[in-house]
Design a protein around this ligand. Structure first.
Ligand SMILES: [Zn+2]
Length: 234
Protein backbone atom coordinates (compact mmCIF):
# COMPACT_ATOMS: atom_id res chain seq x y z
CA UNK A 1 0.00 0.00 0.00
CA UNK A 2 1.02 3.64 -0.36
CA UNK A 3 -0.30 7.05 0.61
CA UNK A 4 0.17 9.56 -2.21
CA UNK A 5 -1.02 12.52 -0.16
CA UNK A 6 -1.03 12.90 3.61
CA UNK A 7 -0.41 15.48 6.30
CA UNK A 8 2.10 14.42 8.93
CA UNK A 9 1.12 12.96 12.27
CA UNK A 10 3.07 10.74 14.66
CA UNK A 11 0.50 7.96 14.43
CA UNK A 12 0.62 7.89 10.61
CA UNK A 13 4.41 7.89 10.68
CA UNK A 14 4.45 4.93 13.11
CA UNK A 15 1.89 2.95 11.07
CA UNK A 16 3.71 3.62 7.80
CA UNK A 17 6.90 2.23 9.34
CA UNK A 18 5.09 -0.76 10.81
CA UNK A 19 3.27 -1.68 7.58
CA UNK A 20 5.97 -0.59 5.09
CA UNK A 21 3.77 2.08 3.51
CA UNK A 22 5.54 4.70 1.41
CA UNK A 23 3.96 8.05 0.78
CA UNK A 24 4.16 11.72 -0.15
CA UNK A 25 4.05 13.93 2.93
CA UNK A 26 2.60 17.39 2.38
CA UNK A 27 4.78 20.33 3.40
CA UNK A 28 3.11 23.74 3.67
CA UNK A 29 5.62 25.68 5.78
CA UNK A 30 9.20 25.78 7.07
CA UNK A 31 8.35 23.90 10.28
CA UNK A 32 6.85 20.98 8.34
CA UNK A 33 9.88 20.99 6.07
CA UNK A 34 12.24 20.63 9.05
CA UNK A 35 10.20 17.66 10.22
CA UNK A 36 10.21 15.73 6.95
CA UNK A 37 13.89 16.56 6.45
CA UNK A 38 14.71 15.21 9.89
CA UNK A 39 12.68 12.03 9.26
CA UNK A 40 13.89 11.59 5.64
CA UNK A 41 10.34 11.46 4.28
CA UNK A 42 9.50 11.84 0.61
CA UNK A 43 7.40 14.97 0.22
CA UNK A 44 5.63 17.59 -1.82
CA UNK A 45 5.70 21.29 -1.05
CA UNK A 46 3.30 24.08 -1.94
CA UNK A 47 1.34 27.11 -0.79
CA UNK A 48 -2.11 25.72 0.04
CA UNK A 49 -5.07 27.82 -1.21
CA UNK A 50 -6.22 28.32 2.40
CA UNK A 51 -2.92 30.16 3.11
CA UNK A 52 -2.55 31.87 -0.24
CA UNK A 53 -0.77 35.22 -0.17
CA UNK A 54 2.11 36.68 -2.14
CA UNK A 55 4.18 36.98 1.07
CA UNK A 56 3.70 33.30 1.87
CA UNK A 57 4.64 32.40 -1.68
CA UNK A 58 7.80 34.46 -1.50
CA UNK A 59 8.90 32.93 1.79
CA UNK A 60 8.21 29.41 0.44
CA UNK A 61 10.11 29.83 -2.84
CA UNK A 62 13.41 28.29 -1.64
CA UNK A 63 11.50 25.21 -0.43
CA UNK A 64 9.48 24.95 -3.64
CA UNK A 65 12.70 24.99 -5.65
CA UNK A 66 14.09 22.07 -3.62
CA UNK A 67 10.93 19.93 -3.53
CA UNK A 68 10.58 16.84 -5.76
CA UNK A 69 6.83 17.54 -6.18
CA UNK A 70 4.82 20.79 -5.97
CA UNK A 71 1.57 20.61 -3.98
CA UNK A 72 -0.92 20.57 -2.69
CA UNK A 73 -1.76 23.74 -4.55
CA UNK A 74 -4.95 24.97 -6.18
CA UNK A 75 -8.04 27.00 -5.40
CA UNK A 76 -10.95 26.56 -2.96
CA UNK A 77 -14.24 28.45 -2.72
CA UNK A 78 -15.96 25.98 -0.37
CA UNK A 79 -13.79 25.54 2.72
CA UNK A 80 -12.08 28.94 2.93
CA UNK A 81 -12.80 32.58 2.17
CA UNK A 82 -9.37 33.67 0.94
CA UNK A 83 -9.80 36.17 -1.93
CA UNK A 84 -10.10 34.16 -5.14
CA UNK A 85 -8.03 36.65 -7.16
CA UNK A 86 -5.14 36.15 -4.69
CA UNK A 87 -5.61 32.38 -4.73
CA UNK A 88 -5.50 32.40 -8.53
CA UNK A 89 -2.34 34.49 -8.71
CA UNK A 90 -0.48 32.37 -6.15
CA UNK A 91 -1.67 29.16 -7.81
CA UNK A 92 -0.71 30.22 -11.32
CA UNK A 93 2.77 31.34 -10.22
CA UNK A 94 3.33 27.89 -8.70
CA UNK A 95 2.09 26.19 -11.89
CA UNK A 96 4.61 28.23 -13.88
CA UNK A 97 7.41 27.34 -11.49
CA UNK A 98 6.53 23.63 -11.51
CA UNK A 99 6.54 23.56 -15.28
CA UNK A 100 9.81 25.49 -15.57
CA UNK A 101 11.51 23.15 -13.07
CA UNK A 102 9.87 20.00 -14.43
CA UNK A 103 8.18 18.98 -11.16
CA UNK A 104 4.86 17.09 -10.95
CA UNK A 105 1.96 18.90 -9.24
CA UNK A 106 -0.66 17.76 -6.68
CA UNK A 107 -3.92 19.70 -7.12
CA UNK A 108 -6.60 20.82 -4.64
CA UNK A 109 -9.70 21.75 -6.66
CA UNK A 110 -12.61 22.30 -4.22
CA UNK A 111 -15.39 24.33 -5.86
CA UNK A 112 -12.98 25.72 -8.49
CA UNK A 113 -12.84 22.72 -10.81
CA UNK A 114 -13.62 24.68 -13.98
CA UNK A 115 -11.10 27.48 -13.35
CA UNK A 116 -8.33 25.03 -12.42
CA UNK A 117 -8.98 23.00 -15.55
CA UNK A 118 -8.51 26.14 -17.66
CA UNK A 119 -5.29 27.03 -15.85
CA UNK A 120 -3.62 23.62 -16.03
CA UNK A 121 -4.37 23.41 -19.75
CA UNK A 122 -2.03 26.41 -20.13
CA UNK A 123 0.85 24.61 -18.39
CA UNK A 124 1.17 21.00 -19.59
CA UNK A 125 2.79 18.91 -16.83
CA UNK A 126 2.33 15.75 -14.75
CA UNK A 127 -0.75 16.46 -12.65
CA UNK A 128 -2.16 14.50 -9.72
CA UNK A 129 -5.71 15.52 -8.81
CA UNK A 130 -6.20 14.96 -5.09
CA UNK A 131 -9.61 13.75 -3.68
CA UNK A 132 -11.69 15.04 -6.58
CA UNK A 133 -15.20 15.70 -5.27
CA UNK A 134 -17.22 17.02 -8.20
CA UNK A 135 -19.63 15.31 -10.57
CA UNK A 136 -18.61 17.55 -13.50
CA UNK A 137 -15.55 17.84 -15.77
CA UNK A 138 -14.22 14.33 -15.00
CA UNK A 139 -13.76 13.56 -18.69
CA UNK A 140 -12.06 16.91 -19.29
CA UNK A 141 -9.65 16.38 -16.38
CA UNK A 142 -8.98 12.84 -17.54
CA UNK A 143 -7.69 14.26 -20.84
CA UNK A 144 -5.20 16.57 -19.10
CA UNK A 145 -3.98 14.89 -15.90
CA UNK A 146 -1.85 11.79 -15.25
CA UNK A 147 -3.29 10.60 -11.92
CA UNK A 148 -6.25 10.92 -9.57
CA UNK A 149 -5.98 10.00 -5.90
CA UNK A 150 -8.87 8.05 -4.44
CA UNK A 151 -10.56 10.08 -1.72
CA UNK A 152 -10.79 8.05 1.52
CA UNK A 153 -14.54 8.79 1.48
CA UNK A 154 -15.00 6.36 -1.43
CA UNK A 155 -18.17 4.31 -0.95
CA UNK A 156 -19.67 7.13 1.13
CA UNK A 157 -19.31 10.23 -1.06
CA UNK A 158 -20.92 9.64 -4.42
CA UNK A 159 -18.60 12.04 -6.28
CA UNK A 160 -15.57 9.98 -5.29
CA UNK A 161 -17.16 6.67 -6.22
CA UNK A 162 -18.28 8.05 -9.59
CA UNK A 163 -14.80 9.34 -10.34
CA UNK A 164 -13.23 5.93 -9.74
CA UNK A 165 -15.85 4.32 -11.95
CA UNK A 166 -14.98 6.62 -14.83
CA UNK A 167 -11.19 6.72 -14.63
CA UNK A 168 -8.82 3.92 -15.73
CA UNK A 169 -7.28 1.95 -12.86
CA UNK A 170 -3.86 2.81 -14.33
CA UNK A 171 -4.37 6.44 -13.28
CA UNK A 172 -5.49 5.84 -9.69
CA UNK A 173 -3.43 6.40 -6.52
CA UNK A 174 -4.27 5.84 -2.85
CA UNK A 175 -4.35 8.65 -0.30
CA UNK A 176 -5.45 9.36 3.27
CA UNK A 177 -5.05 13.18 3.35
CA UNK A 178 -3.95 12.78 6.97
CA UNK A 179 -5.60 11.53 10.15
CA UNK A 180 -8.20 14.32 10.47
CA UNK A 181 -9.44 13.57 6.95
CA UNK A 182 -9.60 9.85 7.73
CA UNK A 183 -11.82 10.56 10.77
CA UNK A 184 -14.11 12.64 8.61
CA UNK A 185 -14.18 10.14 5.74
CA UNK A 186 -14.75 6.84 7.55
CA UNK A 187 -15.97 7.93 11.01
CA UNK A 188 -12.97 6.27 12.67
CA UNK A 189 -9.28 7.09 13.07
CA UNK A 190 -8.17 3.73 11.67
CA UNK A 191 -5.59 4.81 9.07
CA UNK A 192 -4.93 1.30 7.78
CA UNK A 193 -8.66 0.55 7.46
CA UNK A 194 -9.13 3.74 5.42
CA UNK A 195 -6.42 2.71 2.94
CA UNK A 196 -7.68 -0.88 2.77
CA UNK A 197 -11.21 0.37 2.16
CA UNK A 198 -9.97 2.18 -0.96
CA UNK A 199 -8.62 -1.09 -2.37
CA UNK A 200 -11.83 -2.95 -1.47
CA UNK A 201 -14.01 -0.32 -3.16
CA UNK A 202 -11.86 -0.17 -6.32
CA UNK A 203 -11.87 -3.98 -6.52
CA UNK A 204 -15.67 -3.92 -6.40
CA UNK A 205 -16.04 -1.13 -8.97
CA UNK A 206 -13.44 -2.54 -11.39
CA UNK A 207 -14.36 -6.20 -10.86
CA UNK A 208 -10.83 -7.21 -9.86
CA UNK A 209 -9.31 -9.00 -6.89
CA UNK A 210 -8.01 -7.09 -3.85
CA UNK A 211 -4.43 -8.13 -4.57
CA UNK A 212 -4.59 -7.23 -8.25
CA UNK A 213 -5.88 -3.75 -7.38
CA UNK A 214 -3.21 -3.26 -4.71
CA UNK A 215 -0.49 -4.31 -7.20
CA UNK A 216 -1.68 -1.94 -9.95
CA UNK A 217 -2.14 1.03 -7.60
CA UNK A 218 1.32 0.54 -6.07
CA UNK A 219 2.78 0.31 -9.55
CA UNK A 220 1.15 3.64 -10.50
CA UNK A 221 2.61 5.23 -7.38
CA UNK A 222 6.12 3.95 -8.12
CA UNK A 223 5.91 5.40 -11.60
CA UNK A 224 5.06 8.83 -10.21
CA UNK A 225 7.81 8.70 -7.58
CA UNK A 226 10.42 7.59 -10.08
CA UNK A 227 9.60 10.36 -12.55
CA UNK A 228 9.69 13.04 -9.86
CA UNK A 229 12.80 11.88 -8.03
CA UNK A 230 14.89 11.32 -11.17
CA UNK A 231 13.87 14.63 -12.63
CA UNK A 232 14.67 16.44 -9.40
CA UNK A 233 17.72 14.52 -8.18
CA UNK A 234 16.04 13.54 -4.93
ZN1 LIG B 1 -4.37 17.58 1.89
Amino acid sequence: MHDAHYHYSKEINALQNEYGISGICNVANEKEYELIHHKHLFYSCGVHPWNASLDTLESMLPLLEKAPIIGEIGMDSVWCDVDLAVQKEVFEKQLQLARALNKPVILHTKGQEKMILELIRKYPNTYVVHWYGCMDYVKEYDEVVSYFTIGPSIGKEEEVTRLVEQVSIDKLLMESDGIEAVKWAIDSDDYIAALQNEIVQVAKLKDKSYFEVERVLDQNFLKLIKSSSFANGW
